[in-house]
Write a protein that binds this ligand. Structure first.
Ligand code: C2E
Ligand code: MG
Ligand code: MG
Length: 593
């Protein structure tokens, strides 16, 4: 469909030009015209989006609400509707609309002049019966009055683990502070060596530690100072009326002192310590997210110096924060600009030496920065909500590729796709997987999904439900980077999981570091007891390969056999029938350790 661009002479003054209206049926057009006019009279606006989320139509009321001329709205991306931190919610609402037919969200909408307002948004899937209705409809209205009524009932969202306000709640407080333009400080508190506690003592102990820390932070704050649990081992505090770094740093030191007394976990004494990043508001930061980003970059600086450090945000860090913000913007456009591609790394059976599958790994070629590694942009995509669309694209691309290889007469392979925890938590994953499989024609048992340990141990109903749905569909789920997270195998056992991927940090040392070797041995033994398939990641040397083969690891992946490859190069490997050298694969009888 060609994009509709309104020439000034065509700009509607009353009513709407027929070519902007959906459908070809005059009755529908009439209904639509009336509906749009009714909405406009009520101070609301109506719009129509194409599949890519671009405005095909917007009513006059819509333009009034946004304070932008229609000519600028038409053809623009719908993400412009909201403040950047609400984009994730907007994308999530679209997915839920696609699944359920409609979705309602309350969010902060953005006017052309940069001011924001509370708005209610209703998204409705276009009727399937009308072929020209391929996108969806959107109704927007200002929520000021309704908000006031519900304000009394609305409690800030709380984090279930610590019963503290969550990230959203904290951002709301920062926003209120920014609106008042009075000085304040944001302190970002991150526990040192939290992973060690989780890994060593298990998930329950980790949770208990987070709860204990939350209570201590509560008592060292002044009454009424907003405190929040942002997730993981990160907490945030807002100090009102703080004008300079010194008093904020003095407060940060007090927090560290209060945290330090031992916490008894599983009979062990743990001495909590934390790094703290400080940013001052209002300053140059215009949005709540900017301030958190500033505090986060101060925190990164502190952590780089070691444990128990305090860092302050200063002008030197501003450049890196600005770069981060630019990356966020670019990421939002990367999909449309076709800057992503996938590479495929072979997974090789240790029993036969043959390629049995591959893992799809995303690559982003940024027009100026060149190749940006996924570890740099996936976390940003998760924060901004872009992961939704990127994840769906990756899945589609990988399934399509696996089918294409088979059609080209290459052996049948399984393809593994990495999932972000955000994708699984937002719901709708199983439906997305089902439709992608149907579209590509790839049988469910040829798709594998990889979930990092952290995501799998979130045993919320959503996660467990999604995993069960996938299991029913015949799609296997494996835990990625196993050993780096906080889970115990006993806990994983309750989840429908088909396999584990041992993290490469353990594989690296397996051939010469006794401790790593012991961990890998234990993991392999346990996995066998639970009938889980094990793939070792990051196998780089023949020694590592022998070690793994001798302990009956199922398969390996790593530079020793092949790095991730573009699709054509991967197909060449398949065509050549490349295999592992025979000896290591048979080396099962080397001395058991
Ligand atoms: P991962 O899923 O654990 O992927 C394995 C990573 O190890 C890949 O890094 C791969 O290139 C690298 N690798 C493979 N063999 C070796 C080896 O022998 N030695 C060493 N040193 N490294 C090896 P990559 O491609 O940079 O990806 C990093 C992570 O980014 C992935 O870890 C995965 O968690 C995430 N990721 C990649 N693609 C996607 C995606 O499409 N969606 C999501 N949500 N995450 C992705
Ligand atoms: Mg992976
Ligand atoms: Mg991995």
């Amino acid at each position: 469909m060609a994009q509709v661009v309104l020439r000034p002479s065509l700009r509607p003054t009353s009513g709407y030009p027929p070519h902007l209206l959906p459908g070809g049926d005059p009755r529908i057009e009439e209904e639509w015209r009336e509906a749009a006019a009714a909405f406009d009279r009520g101070g609301a606006g109506v719009g129509r989006l194409d599949e890519k989320g671009r405005f095909r139509f917007a009513s006059d009321g819509f333009a009034t609400l946004l304070g932008a001329p229609l000519s600028e709205i038409l053809g623009s991306d719908w993400l412009r509707l909201v403040v950047p931190e609400a984009r994730g919610a907007l994308l999530a609402s679209r997915r839920s609309m696609i699944l359920k037919g409609k979705a309602e969200v309350a969010l902060r909408a953005l006017r052309q002049d940069g001011t924001a307002f509370d708005a209610d948004l209703l998204l409705v899937r276009a009727r399937e019966t009308e072929p020209r209705f391929s996108g969806h409809f959107l109704f927007l209205r200002e929520a000021a009055r309704r908000r006031q009524k519900t304000a009394v009932r609305k409690r800030p969202a709380r984090d279930r683990l610590t019963n503290l306000p969550d990230r959203e709640g904290f951002l709301d407080r920062v926003r209120a502070e920014l609106d008042r333009q009075t000085p304040f400080a944001v302190l970002l508190v991150n526990l040192d060596r939290f992973r060690t506690v989780h890994l060593g003592l298990g998930h329950a102990a980790g949770d208990a530690l987070l709860r204990a820390v939350a209570r201590r932070l509560e008592t060292c704050g002044r009454l009424g100072d907003p405190l929040a649990h942002l997730g993981g081992d990160e907490f945030a505090l807002l100090l009102e009326g703080v004008r300079s770094f010194e008093p904020a740093a003095a407060f940060a030191e007090r927090i560290q002192r209060e945290l330090r007394p031992p916490v008894l976990l599983d009979g062990q004494r743990i001495y909590p310590n934390a790094c703290i990043g400080i940013a001052l508001g209002p300053g140059a930061a215009a949005r709540p997210d900017d301030l958190l980003r500033e505090a986060a970059s101060a925190l990164r600086g502190a952590k780089a110096r070691g444990s128990g450090q305090i860092g302050r945000f200063d002008e030197g860090l501003r450049a890196s924060v600005a770069a981060q913000a630019r990356l966020e913007t670019d990421l939002g456009k990367a999909l449309e600009r076709r800057e992503f591609r996938l590479e495929y790394q072979p997974v090789v059976s240790l029993a036969t030496g043959a390629i049995v599958g591959c893992e799809a790994l995303i690559r982003w070629s940024h027009p100026e920065r060149g190749l940006v590694p996924p570890s740099d942009f996936i976390p940003i995509a998760e924060e901004t909500g872009a992961i939704d669309e990127i994840g769906a694209w990756t899945l589609r691309e990988a399934c399509g590729q696996a089918r294409a290889w088979e059609r080209d007469g290459l052996p049948r392979l399984s393809v593994a796709v990495n999932l972000s925890p955000v994708q699984i938590r937002c719901g709708g994953l199983a439906a997305l997987v089902a439709s992608t499989l149907a579209e590509s024609g790839l049988p469910a048992d040829q798709l594998r999904l990889e979930l990092t340990e952290g995501a799998a141990t979130d045993d919320s109903e959503e996660t467990v439900g999604a995993l069960r749905d996938l299991e029913r569909m015949g799609v296997a789920v494996a835990i990625d980077d196993f050993g780096t997270g906080y889970s115990s195998l006993a806990r994983l056992r309750r989840l429908p999981i088909a396999g584990l991927k041992i993290d490469r940090s353990f594989v690296r040392g397996s051939a010469d570091d006794p401790q790593d070797a012991a961990i890998v041995r234990a993991l392999l033994r346990l996995a066998r007891q639970l009938a889980l398939e094990v793939v070792a990641e990051g196998v780089e040397t023949e020694e590592q390969l022998r070690f793994l083969a001798a302990r009956r690891c199922d398969a390996i992946q790593g530079y020793f056999f092949s790095p991730p490859l573009p699709p054509e190069a991967f197909a060449r490997l398949l065509r050549e029938g490349r295999r592992l050298p025979a000896r290591p694969a048979r080396a099962r009888r080397s001395p058991a350790a």
